[in-house]
Ligand binder design. Structure first.
Ligand SMILES: C[S@@+](CC[C@H](N)C(=O)[O-])C[C@H]1O[C@@H](n2cnc3c(N)ncnc32)[C@H](O)[C@@H]1O
Length: 289
């Protein structure tokens, strides 16, 4: 199914591609509005050529296609590429589109090809992040922009005290989740340590005029179907997977079960005080002319 295998898949064996795709699809529906805000901030010129490195299922590629003259997108996963192609709506697109399977570490694009190179939630998976961003900078035109989405804030939806179990449940969940994803450990032969922040990474890749912005997302009860599906998707996998469950205290496993059970008096979506909040952070730099 996946012709161009990432040579680090072994480190990601715990991530099921179908489940990951599901997560990307729901994410793109929930954050569609935020994606457009990000595109505004990036300032896409109608004549521009945009490259989306590791496009996933195409949430941003779709937005770029509405605004730019040309959009090229690559992803290692051919199913993701198919989703991206399918979602770019012929009615709203104005750009020429080229979506293909490809590895951003080995691009066959010429130097100085794009006005904007976008790479969202991919760099932290790379064994050598600086080599990856340096490759992105290479295909960016002098004066053009490299923008990466990294960091940010994971979502929360509950108040600290929900009147059941110990307070700060979501903070414990977030702490238990640390280290589930991300780059191969630095003890791996070709994993290069990079113990600096995202802005420094752009500087070290030769970019200037670095800027960053966190795009807030807020939704109050009643949440939309997509917002509910997003929360359920993230919480259910804590119960579905033995290796994840093992990271939680038994009392929190029980609490999570009650929150997800429509028959329980603690069912999360019966609450009227939900506040889904998240922060999507983008770092951008310009390639010197
Ligand atoms: C967490 S997803 C992010 C997808 C999308 N950019 C987003 O923000 O929703 C990471 C994506 O990067 C792709 N990917 C990982 N390493 C890659 C590489 N070296 N070259 C191209 N794509 C890569 C994966 O197949 C996956 O679709």
């Amino acid at each position: 199914m996946v012709p161009a295998k990432h040579h680090h898949d072994a480190h990601h064996h715990e991530v099921d591609p179908a489940e990951m795709r599901q997560s990307l699809l729901i994410h793109d529906r929930v954050f569609a509005r935020t994606h457009r805000e990000i595109a505004e901030w990036l300032g896409i010129d109608r004549g521009s050529r945009v490259f989306d490195a590791g496009c996933g299922v195409g949430g941003m590629a779709e937005v770029f296609a509405e605004r730019a003259a040309e959009v090229v997108a690559v992803d290692l996963d051919d199913e993701n590429v198919r989703h991206t192609v399918d979602r770019i709506d012929a009615a709203t697109r104005r750009a020429a589109i080229d979506v293909r399977v490809g590895d951003l570490l080995r691009l066959d694009d010429p130097d100085d090809a794009y006005d904007l190179v976008w790479c969202s939630r991919v760099v932290h998976h790379l064994p050598d992040m600086l080599a990856g961003v340096t490759e992105l900078a290479r295909v960016t035109k002098p004066g053009g922009t490299v923008a990466i989405r990294e960091g940010g804030f994971g979502f929360r939806v509950l108040p600290d005290d929900i009147g059941y179990g110990e307070r700060w449940f979501e903070d414990r969940l977030a702490a238990a989740g640390v280290g589930r994803f991300g780059r191969p450990p630095v003890t791996e032969p070709d994993s290069v340590p990079y113990p600096f922040g995202w802005s420094q990474l752009l500087v070290d890749a030769g970019l200037v005029d670095i800027r960053a912005k966190t795009f807030g997302f807020d939704a109050l009860s009643p949440l939309s179907d997509d917002e509910r599906a997003w929360i359920e998707h993230h919480w259910r996998r804590w119960l579905a997977r033995e290796d994840w469950r093992a990271r939680l205290q038994p009392a929190d496993i029980e609490l999570l079960g009650a929150l997800l059970d429509p028959a329980s008096e603690h069912y999360v979506f019966a609450r009227t005080d939900l506040h889904l909040r998240a922060g999507l952070t983008v770092y951008a730099g310009r390639r010197p002319a």
